[in-house]
Design a protein around this ligand. Structure first.
Ligand code: ZN
Length: 164
């Protein structure tokens, strides 16, 4: 199964860190942009978190799908979302098996439930923090990392003070 927007093991470019490079910054596989996912990546490049919303019933969906899972309508619009939410689930990765992340361990993967669309979960990383300091329920905001090719990648950062 292929993760949303990322190359599968067979078609990703193999980019190894330079010899002696002990940088903890992951060398991420580049997203695979399709007609279906392009609005998401273009919004991220511009610092916006976007998702599909069904024109018939108003249900949000992410990752993008060709039709609504609720009413099966193919009529959809892309809308910008308020990029704040709370950590719904967290996993600290210690294994070095994920290509591009070998030197980044341990790192934190989170699923974030948005305040404005709690039916959606966005998966990403929280960088520059001690993984043990981030707990389920902590408030976070989306931040956007630049990627090669003019793309942007939504990630998350904790919000100081606990207010969303
Ligand atoms: Zn619908």
């Amino acid at each position: 199964m292929q993760a949303f927007g990322h190359a599968s093991h067979g078609d990703r470019p193999r980019e190894a860190p330079p010899e002696g490079d002990d940088s903890a910054a992951p060398l991420r596989p580049r997203p695979v942009v399709t007609d279906l996912t392009r609005p998401f990546w273009e919004a991220a490049r511009e610092g916006r978190l976007a998702a599909q919303r069904c024109d018939e019933c108003g249900v949000f969906r992410h990752p993008p799908l060709p039709q609504c899972v609720h009413c099966r309508s193919a009529r959809t619009s892309w809308v910008d979302l308020e990029p704040r939410g709370r950590v719904y689930q967290r996993t600290v990765m210690h294994e070095r098996r994920v290509h591009g992340f070998e030197n980044a361990v341990p790192y934190l993967c989170v699923a974030v439930q948005l305040d404005c669309a709690p039916e959606l979960l966005f998966v990403g990383n929280i960088a520059s923090s001690e993984p043990s300091e981030i707990r389920i329920g902590d408030p976070v905001v989306a931040v956007f990392d630049p990627l090669p090719g003019g793309l942007g990648l939504p990630q998350f950062a904790p919000i100081e003070g606990g207010e969303c």
